[in-house]
Ligand binder design. Structure first.
Ligand code: NOJ
Length: 545
């Protein structure tokens, strides 16, 4: 068996996140849908050639948090299509060897979910304990000091039953109580429902939130408010999130969830990817499980908040490699539906360097739709804001990174036949220049850079599964590493994060074949002892034996 065959698809492959509302609108209502994704399968499998797509939620939902408030875990919102469309997507994707990962939202449902409607109907309802209800304190205040990530208290008063309920996000997103065995079993049934429909895995929303302190103790206050995240979260930064998330009981629960997935994995290996916003490396790595028996991939967000400089990248890579248990598989993220678009966080040359970094580090890359064409953060006029977080806390809105995919320079950007003002979020005004069609024609476009990186990665076992060795002391502005695996070519990745021209001297091997430059303007044999990199140029060089 060749080295690469021992690895599973989610280790070798590249995952591409689709925000279904914004990818492709097949029915012209201004909102993307599943038939739209089916129409664009050629793009995913032939033009980009990614290995898996992760779909943000498509479940029936009042859309208070754009689908992260689920009103039925086992159906499709009519906005996106129906279960037949979903089955068609699975079938057509699988025919092309494209895997489908879906979002599983276990921490909270919608307040319109029948479970919550029952739970809130009376204190005696059998589903009362499927959510967390508590009496007020004597003075009428909430049971503890926990805060909602989206601002304010995490408790909402419910006059009809004279109790508070817990919501770590919006009040329309009451937290489910995984300590109730019936709720747990109902959620396991949800997983089985989708596994039976042949999904290849789950991205688990705020996976670290589902077990809280059973005594609901107050969180300690921080001496000085500070954010663990790379941006300030307002009030939320005033507390140490000790008791409202990440309780030790979460680990046995993930072992059970993993067991469930294993039962389905004999013919078709399934993957669990956890959204773990924990920035202590050790606590984060615990989600792999000591015996690698919990999540396959706790998402690693640590590249998002750093300066794009060699020392900072090195720190992330080394800390991650030291923290993960033996045999655990890394992953990296540089953008998603909660983050400012990379093309707006970085300059264009840096966005290209980030693409090369993401697709050549050791571990599974998770791409975000539109980043491959350098889609920029859109500025949304106040009257068209959609994201409840952004409406509540100016500056924290996420609409700007969720605008419709820019396919063409035509009206509607090839996304929707609805008029330009009728898409759910406005299309970024730069779509006439920044779009798939034009970039396919433009040889040096960022899209063609992504395509080349994806294609090289697919053909190069070293880049998919090889070892990673940093080449130290090359130059302080340059992050350089080697990827190699027995029996195949070795690759050198040299990323110049400085504006300076560099002449580098790599002692071994003597010659290399420069396969990709981030500027896409050279492919040549290079002398490794006299290697020239332009300012902000990255290169992938194949060693010549
Ligand atoms: C994390 C998701 O990525 C985000 O979009 C959502 O608002 C929260 N979880 C709540 O579900």
């Amino acid at each position: 068996m060749s080295a690469v065959n021992k690895f599973l698809w989610w280790q070798k492959g590249v995952i591409y996140q689709i925000y279904p509302r914004s990818f492709m609108d097949a029915d012209g209502d201004g909102v993307g849908d599943i038939p739209g994704i089916i129409q664009r399968l050629d793009y995913l499998t032939d033009i980009l050639a990614v290995d898996a797509i992760w779909l943000s939620p498509f479940y029936p939902s009042p859309m208070a948090d754009f689908g992260y408030d689920v009103a039925n875990y086992t159906d499709i919102d009519p906005l996106f299509g129906d279960l037949d469309d979903f089955d068609r997507l699975i079938e057509q994707a699988h025919n092309r060897d494209l895997k489908i990962i879906i979002d599983f939202v276990p921490n909270h449902s919608s307040d319109q979910h029948p479970w919550f409607i029952e739970s809130s109907s009376s204190r005696a309802n059998p589903k009362r304990s499927w959510y967390t209800w508590r009496d007020a304190k004597q003075d009428g205040s909430p049971p503890n000091n926990w805060l909602s990530v989206f601002g304010g208290s995490a408790w909402e008063w419910h006059p009809p039953t004279d109790q508070y309920y817990l919501h770590s996000f919006l009040k329309e997103q009451p937290d489910l109580n995984w300590r109730d065995p019936n709720l747990k079993e109902a959620m396991f049934e949800v997983l089985r429902f989708w596994l039976d429909r042949e999904v290849d895995g789950f991205r688990i929303d705020v996976a670290h939130f589902i077990m809280k302190d059973p005594e609901l103790r107050d969180n300690p206050l921080k001496p000085v408010p500070s954010s663990d995240y790379h941006k300030s979260l307002g009030d939320y930064d005033s507390q140490i999130m000790l008791h409202n998330q990440n309780h030790a009981d979460i680990h046995p629960l993930y072992r059970e969830i993993r067991q469930l997935l294993e039962e389905y994995s004999s013919d078709q290996p399934r993957v669990s990817i956890g959204e773990i916003h924990i920035f202590d490396w050790h606590e984060w790595a615990e989600y792999y499980g000591q015996d690698l028996d919990e999540l396959h991939l706790p998402m690693n967000f640590q590249l998002l908040g750093i300066d794009l400089q060699p020392a900072a990248i090195q720190k992330v890579v080394e800390s991650m490699e030291q923290a993960i248990p033996p045999g655990a598989w890394p992953n990296f993220v540089i953008g998603n539906h909660d983050e400012t678009r990379i093309a707006s966080r970085r300059s264009e040359p840096e966005a290209r360097l980030s693409a090369m970094l993401l697709l050549t580090l050791r571990g599974t890359p998770v791409m975000y739709y539109g980043d491959e064409i350098g889609m920029r953060e859109a500025s949304i006029p106040p009257e068209r804001l959609q994201d409840p977080w952004g409406i509540r806390v100016p500056g924290l809105g996420r609409d700007g990174c969720r605008t419709p995919m820019q396919w063409t320079s035509q009206s509607g950007a090839g996304f929707s036949a609805a008029g330009a003002n009728a898409t759910w979020l406005p299309i970024h005004e730069n779509y006439r220049k920044t779009n798939v069609d034009d970039q396919l024609r433009e040889q040096g476009s960022i899209l063609n850079l992504y395509r080349q990186l994806l294609s090289l990665r697919k053909s190069a076992p070293a880049l998919q599964v090889g070892s990673f060795t940093q080449i130290k002391d090359v130059h302080e502005g340059c992050y350089a590493y080697k990827r190699s695996v027995n029996g195949s070519s070795t690759y050198f990745v040299m990323l110049n994060f400085s504006a300076e021209k560099l002449v580098l001297n790599i002692s071994q091997p003597e010659k290399g074949r420069l396969r990709i430059s981030t500027l896409l303007d050279r492919e040549e044999i290079v002398d490794m002892a006299n290697l020239h990199l332009r300012g902000f140029e990255g290169t992938v060089i194949e060693s010549i034996a």
